[in-house]
Design a protein around this ligand. Sequence first.
Ligand code: PMP
Length: 412
Amino acid sequence: MPGKNVEVKPQTVEKTKDIFKKCVDFTLADEVKALGVYPFFRPIDDSEGPVVSFEGRKLVMAGSNNYLGLTNDPNVKQASIDAIKKYGTSCSGSRYMTGTVRLHIELEEQLADFFEKECCLLFSTGYQTGQGIIPTLVQRGEYVVADRDNHASLVAASIMAIGGGANQVRYRHNDMADLERVLQNIPESAGKLIVSDGVFSVSGEIVDLPALVALAKKYNARIVIDDAHAVGVIGKGGRGTPSEFGLVNEVDLIMGTFSKTFGSLGGYVVGERSVINYIKHTASSLIFSASPTPASVAAVLATLKIIREQPQLTERLIANTDYVRQGLLKAGFTLMPSRTAIVTVLIADQMKTLYFWKKLFDAGVYVNAFIRPGVMPGHEALRTSFMATHEKEHLDKVITEFCSIGRELGVI
Ligand code: PMP
């Protein structure tokens, strides 16, 4: 109360629990390190794309999202260098205020054209893009309708919406009967946004978009698809999941990232002009965060040009991934269902996953280990992903090492 002295009483109750106690109690990472199988935060010394160096050793990179291998393309690198020369290393402000440069506008126009949507808005990461869309659009009393296996960034964005008074209902992964059950239980008059990955990031599975679109129409819901792992991989000329199914007009908003096929850093959403305009002027993760750097944006302009001009890169990516997928299936591994650039090998045991990962690493193959809390117990896996620039010798190395270690550890 203004002007009134408030007496602060000394705490008499039992000693307050220290907020940091959970950090001191967190021993999992140290335990895994002590066993010598810690797979995270390993610093790469230099990278050519499909091959990276680690402490003087060359490893085949079979876990990157650099799907078309464009992060090392000379034209892409040069575009970033030129942008730094022209604009400097940072925009030093948010898009909303002084942080917009011509390159941002140029890329927004080009992406809207590429994805065949009216309008585009850039964000500084894909993670922030979800946070800019979901809590901004889904407000008090309205509903986020989310796939249970959506990417962590969408889960976090949905929680923000709940914090703002929205409701969230989740349906079983890619299960359209369950989506219908969930939609039936939402009041007819309430606004609803169905949120799903286009290509699911752990498994590489594609959303059942035709059924999802039909349900959205039937129950008057809007749709946002996160196509982070689909662009450059599926769809006409690599345009992603809505294009793959011929449903670009039926998907209201398509979002994605520049950290995968586009070989850079940042995010985007494309859709109807009025919706993009609303997000642009009200999304907290856009307004209160610095804009993507000129170097990042210029890299995307350069990769977009390559994606448009060289559709054979996507064909090569798919052929490379199929080659490994068939090799691992033939050897008897259990793979998650995917026909995209992700091949996830189910190990279903935490320690075996970590030992498998370490043996692959020592043998010269760098993949991703998925253990808890990233996945549920029993779903531990090694996730591999491929590039258009992998050569046959790289792919053969991956298959050979997987088979030999898989046999040694009794996985196959
Ligand atoms: N959505 C999905 C489906 C992703 O896989 C990722 C990144 N792993 C993101 C969003 C976040 O993108 P960014 O890396 O640009 O923050």
